[in-house]
Design a protein around this ligand. Structure first.
Ligand SMILES: [Zn+2]
Length: 376
């Protein structure tokens, strides 16, 4: 019996050695300059798919995609497109990570929260670990009329992963103006919607919704919740459409796709272009041309207000600001943001002098807290 057991251990030992040896040789091969082989092999399940093939894969590698928003939609879209081999991904977001994000924002984990990382920075770290062949450029900023034109001009495709209509109408204006395709996506509760907008070809956002919905008239994730299943479903469709647009595939959808994963329903809605559309018909870009705009935004359902300065090109020294605030309240900072607690408020300040003030949804109160501690 003991002899049998001894043989068995010997056999297992030999197999283990053989496996380790194989793994060692295999890893060494990977490390010793066969990058080309590795790169091709990485996408083999995608290049085997006829409509993409090796030629399509090369085109994806030469493409730039800009993702506006890095929440549920943005992280899932970025994850899919980074793994699919898009050459350059720009991802823009104004916010930092909170615990209730982890249920659906797939690039983040608990450690990102303890490190107080902005969403775009944490996402970029993960994406670079997923695919080092993709260049990832995070932007921790609010997308407004200031920087959006150069952002759109410098990309092949824009993906809407925002949570508000102001940014979407602005995006629509800029993308139509510069002839850049974009994909509208939205999710709330158990349903979601996505639609390709190719200027000069398909309907634009304003052909479909001529007027921006009034604040408080539509359900949001903060008032109606959102299931992570609908995020996966809608971003699965939208990221595939992104690949079709980049490859100029005739299979690109010209309809609005709508789906409810709880009610088990889905629908394709045909949307023709409207000749009298102010944006794509008359080329009147009123959201882009709107001067200034609000310098504060109440962040729906979060008891928080974002305050931003209208002055451009500001770069705050967070270390100096921390020293100034330390006598007044608890303060901490890293390279990307400063966190300051005072009275019943929590202020998160970014180097561009933008701040998210938690503890009020009153914009006037937020402005006065900002003025008191950050200055004008
Ligand atoms: Zn239009």
């Amino acid at each position: 019996m003991s002899c049998l057991a001894g043989d068995y251990i010997l056999l297992v030992g030999q197999r283990l050695y053989a496996t380790m040896n194989w793994a060692y040789l295999h890893l060494r091969t990977l490390h010793e300059g066969e990058q080309c082989m590795v790169a091709i092999d990485r996408y083999s399940r995608q290049t085997l798919f006829g409509p993409i093939g090796k030629e399509g894969q090369e085109r994806l590698q030469e493409s730039t995609v800009t993702i506006i928003g890095c929440g549920a939609l943005g992280t899932a879209l970025a994850n899919n497109l980074c793994r699919a081999g898009i050459g350059r991904i720009v991802i823009a977001d104004r916010d930092y990570i909170e615990l209730n994000n982890l249920q659906r924002q797939i690039l983040f984990d608990e450690e990102d929260i303890t490190r107080h990382l902005p969403k775009a920075i944490a996402a970029a770290e993960k994406l670079r670990r997923i695919n080092s062949n993709t260049t990832v450029e995070p932007l921790v900023e609010d997308i407004n009329t200031d920087g959006i034109e150069s952002l759109v001009r410098d990309t092949d495709l824009v993906l809407d992963a925002t949570d508000n209509f102001e940014t979407r109408y602005l995006l629509n204006d800029v993308c139509v103006k510069y002839g850049r395709p974009w994909i509208y996506s939205a999710v709330v509760a158990s349903y979601g919607v996505t639609m390709n907008i190719v200027p000069g070809d398909t309907a634009c956002l304003r052909c479909v919704f001529p007027e921006m919905p009034l604040p408080g008239t539509t359900a949001t994730c903060d008032t109606a919740g959102v299931l992570n299943g609908i995020v996966g479903a809608i971003t699965g469709v939208a990221s595939t459409e992104a690949i079709k647009i980049l490859l100029k595939s005739e299979k690109m959808s010209r309809d609005m796709f709508w789906m409810d994963v709880w009610e088990n329903t889905s629908e394709r809605i045909e949307l023709p272009r409207q000749r009298e559309c102010p944006t794509c018909g008359q080329h009147d870009y009123e959201f882009l041309d709107a001067l200034g705009g609000n310098s504060s935004t109440s962040l729906c359902g979060r008891n928080a207000v974002q305050v931003r300065t209208m002055r451009r090109g500001i770069s705050l020294n967070l270390a100096e600001l921390a020293e100034r605030l330390r006598p007044v309240g608890e303060v901490s900072y890293n390279d990307f943001l400063l966190r300051f607690y005072v009275d019943s408020y929590e202020l998160t300040v970014f180097p561009d002098a933008r701040a998210i003030i938690k503890g009020t949804d009153d914009e006037q109160v937020a402005h006065s807290v900002y003025a008191r501690y950050i200055g004008n």
